[in-house]
Ligand binder design. Structure first.
Ligand code: G3I
Length: 358
């Protein structure tokens, strides 16, 4: 006769087996669902359009689902931090391309375009540069060498560079930075010239936040770029960062107006860093917030697609698991377990249904 102890063991084993079967069936159903729907990148590709995400080399290394989701869904990636000055050029005579290489290799293997981010920024200045007390001529040489070494390494591999990032204040004046203080306002056109020399085929962008509407900053940028164009500065486009929140209204009419205005100068516009936080307002239900976020994503994509000048829509990440923002914001299109959110489906149907009037 089987004693009580053996019965317990048999029941426990059966329970574990049952659990494994349930997990397996659930996983297969999910896999089947994922295999059956087209990916965002396929829908975008049909329109000759890029849908992208910022990626992080450390997560690429350690998280298979992260790699799988990015590979499947996007045809453009941006290096979130790996090409920033202090990471890629930590000492005066030493570059570290290890993390940037990982992203470029991943993207090329998956037939994704790479956005290089970013060559010249007031932020992420390494200590050796901050403390160097270099003269104007030395700073020009340092910046030229930096740009040409980094752009040169990825010549033919990086499709577009954010050459200059966040160089303007809200009122449109030039933001204080080590580059402005030492080289003067010419650091901007010079940076574009040097980048163009290093890779004449790469698209060169100015990237900033708060320029997606019609306001003093976007007006000043427009005037500045008009001058640059007249002076043959090799600039191809403008990146709209668009980090936002569901409780901050966005005027899609102004968004279109500002894109078309830059398009009139012969410039492309790419949405480069979109994410939409949902923590506020606290009294709304989760489902109302998710819906509002989805409407926001769809509206931004629809507006971009409706303008000839807007050529890419890049989000600042792919999963809430790894947002750089406070986790409670849940600002991206996949949740922390890689389940597509309402915002994902909003992009999906916008790409699927929209007859693009380019
Ligand atoms: O350097 C440490 C590293 O040693 C440590 O392992 C790691 C652990 O968390 O922290 C590291 O520094 C962080 C760094 O990202 C990683 O490279 C910093 O604390 C953190 O402040 C930094 O934040 C990044 C931020 O730019 C500043 O560079 C965010 O990840 C990145 O998403 C954010 O991206 C910017 C765009 O470049 C420009 N537009 C705005 C956007 C959001 O702020």
């Amino acid at each position: 006769m089987i004693n009580q102890k053996y019965l317990k063991i048999i029941f426990a084993a059966l329970a574990i087996l049952l659990l494994l079967v349930i997990v397996y069936v659930f996983q297969s159903m999910q896999d089947k669902e994922v295999k059956e729907r087209p990916a965002l990148r396929e829908l975008a590709h049909k329109e000759g359009f890029y849908i992208g995400a910022a990626v992080n080399a450390d997560y690429l290394d350690k998280d298979g689902l992260y790699r799988k989701t990015l590979d499947r869904e996007v045809n453009m990636v941006t290096a979130e931090n790996e090409m920033k000055f202090d990471v890629i050029h930590p000492e005066k005579y030493r570059y570290d391309f290890s993390k940037a290489d990982k992203i470029v290799d991943f993207a090329l293997k998956n037939r994704q375009k790479v956005r290089g981010h970013t060559l010249v920024w007031f932020h992420r200045i390494p200590e050796w540069l901050k403390k160097g007390r270099f003269s104007r001529d030395e700073m020009k040489l340092i910046l030229k060498n930096h740009i040409q070494t980094v752009v040169g390494r990825y010549r033919g591999q990086v499709y577009a560079w954010d050459v200059v990032n966040e160089a303007l204040n809200e009122d449109g004046s030039l933001r204080d930075s080590i580059w402005l203080r030492t080289i003067g306002p010419e650091y901007i056109p010079l940076a574009f010239k040097w980048a163009h020399e290093a890779d004449p085929n790469a698209l060169l962008f100015y990237n900033d936040y708060g320029i997606e509407g019609m306001n003093p900053k976007s007006n000043a940028l427009y005037e500045r770029l008009k001058q640059y164009k007249m002076n043959h500065v090799p600039i191809d486009g403008v990146g709209y960062q668009m980090h936002s929140w569901i409780n901050r209204a966005i005027d899609f009419h102004d968004l279109k107006k500002s894109i078309d205005r830059l398009g009139g100068l012969g410039l492309q516009v790419q949405v480069t860093e979109l994410d939409i936080g949902t923590a506020e307002p606290v009294q709304s239900s989760q489902s109302a917030k998710a819906k509002k976020q989805a409407d926001y994503y769809a509206g931004a994509l629809r507006t971009c697609l409706s303008s000839k000048a807007c050529t890419a829509f890049v989000m600042w990440g792919i999963t809430d698991k790894y947002t750089f923002r406070n986790k409670v914001e849940k600002p991206l299109i996949f949740d922390g377990t890689y389940k597509p959110k309402k915002s994902y489906w909003a992009l999906f149907s916008t790409l699927e249904n929209k007859k693009i009037e380019k």
